[in-house]
Design a protein around this ligand. Structure first.
Ligand code: AMP
Length: 186
Protein backbone atom coordinates (compact mmCIF):
# COMPACT_ATOMS: atom_id res chain seq x y z
CA UNK A 1 0.00 0.00 0.00
CA UNK A 2 1.59 3.21 -1.11
CA UNK A 3 0.29 6.69 -0.37
CA UNK A 4 0.83 9.14 -3.21
CA UNK A 5 1.94 12.39 -1.63
CA UNK A 6 1.39 15.38 -3.85
CA UNK A 7 3.53 18.13 -2.47
CA UNK A 8 1.97 20.82 -4.61
CA UNK A 9 4.39 23.58 -3.72
CA UNK A 10 7.27 21.31 -4.73
CA UNK A 11 5.90 21.00 -8.21
CA UNK A 12 3.62 18.17 -9.25
CA UNK A 13 4.22 18.17 -12.99
CA UNK A 14 0.87 19.29 -14.37
CA UNK A 15 2.44 20.14 -17.75
CA UNK A 16 3.41 16.50 -18.31
CA UNK A 17 -0.31 15.56 -18.35
CA UNK A 18 -1.33 18.07 -21.03
CA UNK A 19 -1.38 16.61 -24.53
CA UNK A 20 -0.39 18.62 -27.60
CA UNK A 21 -2.31 18.03 -30.81
CA UNK A 22 -1.04 19.79 -33.91
CA UNK A 23 -3.33 21.32 -36.56
CA UNK A 24 -6.54 21.05 -34.50
CA UNK A 25 -9.18 22.38 -35.00
CA UNK A 26 -7.50 24.07 -37.99
CA UNK A 27 -4.11 23.82 -39.72
CA UNK A 28 -1.55 25.90 -37.83
CA UNK A 29 -3.27 25.71 -34.43
CA UNK A 30 -1.38 23.88 -31.69
CA UNK A 31 -4.14 22.54 -29.46
CA UNK A 32 -3.35 22.00 -25.77
CA UNK A 33 -5.62 19.14 -24.77
CA UNK A 34 -6.42 18.88 -21.04
CA UNK A 35 -8.60 15.74 -21.34
CA UNK A 36 -5.46 13.71 -20.53
CA UNK A 37 -4.97 15.82 -17.39
CA UNK A 38 -8.62 15.37 -16.38
CA UNK A 39 -8.33 11.61 -16.89
CA UNK A 40 -5.44 11.27 -14.44
CA UNK A 41 -6.66 11.33 -10.83
CA UNK A 42 -3.46 12.88 -9.48
CA UNK A 43 -3.17 15.48 -12.22
CA UNK A 44 -6.85 16.47 -11.96
CA UNK A 45 -6.61 16.96 -8.21
CA UNK A 46 -3.28 18.79 -8.46
CA UNK A 47 -4.72 21.15 -11.08
CA UNK A 48 -7.89 21.85 -9.07
CA UNK A 49 -5.88 22.40 -5.87
CA UNK A 50 -3.36 24.66 -7.57
CA UNK A 51 -6.09 26.69 -9.24
CA UNK A 52 -8.07 27.29 -6.04
CA UNK A 53 -5.57 27.61 -3.19
CA UNK A 54 -4.90 31.39 -3.62
CA UNK A 55 -8.64 31.97 -3.19
CA UNK A 56 -9.34 29.88 -0.08
CA UNK A 57 -9.74 33.06 2.00
CA UNK A 58 -10.41 35.58 -0.75
CA UNK A 59 -14.08 36.03 0.09
CA UNK A 60 -15.27 34.72 -3.27
CA UNK A 61 -19.09 34.45 -3.58
CA UNK A 62 -19.36 32.44 -6.82
CA UNK A 63 -17.19 30.48 -9.20
CA UNK A 64 -18.03 31.27 -12.84
CA UNK A 65 -16.93 28.72 -15.46
CA UNK A 66 -16.83 29.11 -19.23
CA UNK A 67 -18.32 26.34 -21.41
CA UNK A 68 -17.21 23.63 -21.74
CA UNK A 69 -13.88 22.80 -20.14
CA UNK A 70 -14.33 25.64 -17.65
CA UNK A 71 -17.37 23.73 -16.33
CA UNK A 72 -15.34 20.66 -15.39
CA UNK A 73 -12.64 22.61 -13.58
CA UNK A 74 -14.97 25.32 -12.27
CA UNK A 75 -17.44 22.78 -10.87
CA UNK A 76 -14.69 20.98 -8.97
CA UNK A 77 -13.24 24.28 -7.71
CA UNK A 78 -16.63 25.59 -6.57
CA UNK A 79 -17.28 22.34 -4.71
CA UNK A 80 -13.86 22.45 -3.03
CA UNK A 81 -14.31 26.11 -2.03
CA UNK A 82 -17.84 25.37 -0.75
CA UNK A 83 -19.36 27.83 -3.23
CA UNK A 84 -22.04 27.91 -5.90
CA UNK A 85 -21.19 27.64 -9.59
CA UNK A 86 -22.49 29.90 -12.38
CA UNK A 87 -22.18 28.87 -16.04
CA UNK A 88 -21.26 31.11 -18.96
CA UNK A 89 -22.48 29.30 -22.06
CA UNK A 90 -22.44 29.53 -25.82
CA UNK A 91 -25.34 31.44 -27.36
CA UNK A 92 -28.79 29.87 -27.02
CA UNK A 93 -27.95 27.26 -24.38
CA UNK A 94 -29.18 28.96 -21.20
CA UNK A 95 -32.96 28.71 -20.66
CA UNK A 96 -33.61 31.93 -18.71
CA UNK A 97 -33.23 35.60 -19.56
CA UNK A 98 -29.63 36.21 -20.61
CA UNK A 99 -27.14 38.93 -21.39
CA UNK A 100 -24.59 38.20 -24.12
CA UNK A 101 -21.28 39.32 -25.61
CA UNK A 102 -19.62 38.69 -28.96
CA UNK A 103 -15.94 37.83 -28.87
CA UNK A 104 -13.04 36.93 -31.12
CA UNK A 105 -11.60 33.45 -30.56
CA UNK A 106 -8.09 32.31 -31.56
CA UNK A 107 -9.92 30.43 -34.30
CA UNK A 108 -13.25 32.17 -34.98
CA UNK A 109 -16.02 34.42 -33.63
CA UNK A 110 -18.61 33.42 -31.06
CA UNK A 111 -21.13 34.71 -28.50
CA UNK A 112 -21.27 33.82 -24.81
CA UNK A 113 -24.15 34.39 -22.42
CA UNK A 114 -24.90 34.43 -18.69
CA UNK A 115 -28.25 34.39 -16.94
CA UNK A 116 -29.23 38.02 -16.37
CA UNK A 117 -30.17 37.33 -12.72
CA UNK A 118 -27.22 35.07 -11.85
CA UNK A 119 -24.98 37.74 -10.30
CA UNK A 120 -26.01 40.45 -7.84
CA UNK A 121 -24.30 43.80 -7.39
CA UNK A 122 -21.06 43.42 -5.45
CA UNK A 123 -20.77 39.63 -5.77
CA UNK A 124 -17.13 38.57 -5.77
CA UNK A 125 -16.40 36.21 -8.66
CA UNK A 126 -13.62 33.76 -9.44
CA UNK A 127 -13.56 33.12 -13.21
CA UNK A 128 -12.32 29.74 -14.46
CA UNK A 129 -11.39 28.40 -17.89
CA UNK A 130 -8.94 25.76 -19.05
CA UNK A 131 -6.81 28.01 -21.24
CA UNK A 132 -6.18 31.65 -22.10
CA UNK A 133 -4.91 32.39 -25.59
CA UNK A 134 -5.81 35.81 -27.04
CA UNK A 135 -7.95 36.52 -23.99
CA UNK A 136 -11.02 37.30 -26.10
CA UNK A 137 -13.19 34.72 -24.35
CA UNK A 138 -12.08 35.70 -20.85
CA UNK A 139 -12.45 39.40 -21.64
CA UNK A 140 -16.04 38.85 -22.84
CA UNK A 141 -16.75 36.81 -19.70
CA UNK A 142 -15.32 39.57 -17.51
CA UNK A 143 -17.49 42.13 -19.33
CA UNK A 144 -20.57 39.95 -18.68
CA UNK A 145 -19.70 39.61 -14.99
CA UNK A 146 -19.02 43.35 -14.60
CA UNK A 147 -22.16 44.31 -16.55
CA UNK A 148 -24.06 42.10 -14.06
CA UNK A 149 -22.60 44.12 -11.16
CA UNK A 150 -20.04 41.46 -10.20
CA UNK A 151 -16.52 42.05 -9.03
CA UNK A 152 -13.87 39.79 -10.64
CA UNK A 153 -11.49 38.70 -7.85
CA UNK A 154 -9.30 36.85 -10.37
CA UNK A 155 -9.33 34.71 -13.50
CA UNK A 156 -7.63 31.31 -13.24
CA UNK A 157 -6.47 29.01 -16.05
CA UNK A 158 -4.55 25.76 -16.29
CA UNK A 159 -2.77 26.95 -19.45
CA UNK A 160 -1.64 30.34 -20.72
CA UNK A 161 -0.23 31.02 -24.19
CA UNK A 162 1.73 34.21 -23.41
CA UNK A 163 2.67 34.89 -27.03
CA UNK A 164 -1.00 35.53 -27.79
CA UNK A 165 -1.16 38.22 -25.10
CA UNK A 166 -4.35 37.18 -23.30
CA UNK A 167 -3.03 37.12 -19.74
CA UNK A 168 -1.37 40.51 -20.23
CA UNK A 169 -4.62 41.91 -21.69
CA UNK A 170 -6.45 40.92 -18.48
CA UNK A 171 -3.67 42.26 -16.24
CA UNK A 172 -3.88 45.57 -18.15
CA UNK A 173 -7.59 45.64 -17.25
CA UNK A 174 -6.62 45.25 -13.56
CA UNK A 175 -7.79 41.65 -13.38
CA UNK A 176 -5.55 39.27 -11.42
CA UNK A 177 -4.55 36.26 -13.54
CA UNK A 178 -3.60 32.93 -12.00
CA UNK A 179 -2.20 30.34 -14.40
CA UNK A 180 -0.39 27.06 -13.86
CA UNK A 181 1.43 26.28 -17.12
CA UNK A 182 2.80 28.65 -19.78
CA UNK A 183 3.49 27.53 -23.34
CA UNK A 184 5.74 30.23 -24.78
CA UNK A 185 7.38 30.30 -28.15
CA UNK A 186 4.80 28.38 -30.17
P1 AMP B 1 -9.01 32.96 -26.37
O1 AMP B 1 -10.35 33.61 -26.36
O2 AMP B 1 -8.23 33.24 -27.61
O3 AMP B 1 -8.21 33.30 -25.11
O4 AMP B 1 -9.26 31.39 -26.38
C1 AMP B 1 -9.56 30.71 -25.20
C2 AMP B 1 -10.62 29.68 -25.40
O5 AMP B 1 -10.47 28.92 -26.59
C3 AMP B 1 -10.60 28.70 -24.27
O6 AMP B 1 -11.94 28.40 -23.90
C4 AMP B 1 -9.88 27.51 -24.81
O7 AMP B 1 -10.49 26.31 -24.38
C5 AMP B 1 -9.95 27.64 -26.33
N1 AMP B 1 -8.63 27.60 -26.98
C6 AMP B 1 -8.06 28.60 -27.69
N2 AMP B 1 -6.87 28.27 -28.17
C7 AMP B 1 -6.63 27.01 -27.76
C8 AMP B 1 -5.53 26.10 -27.90
N3 AMP B 1 -4.43 26.43 -28.59
N4 AMP B 1 -5.63 24.88 -27.32
C9 AMP B 1 -6.73 24.56 -26.62
N5 AMP B 1 -7.79 25.35 -26.43
C10 AMP B 1 -7.76 26.58 -27.00
Amino acid sequence: YRICLMDLRNGFDIRRHIRTIHDYPKPGITFRDITTLLANKHAFRAAVDELMWPFLSAGVDYVVGIEARGFILGGAIAHELGLGFLPIRKKGKLPGKVIGRDYQLEYGIDTIEIHADAISKGDKILLIDDLIATGGTAEAAIDLIQDSGGDVVAAAFVVSLPDLGGAQKLIDKNVKVHRLVDYAGD
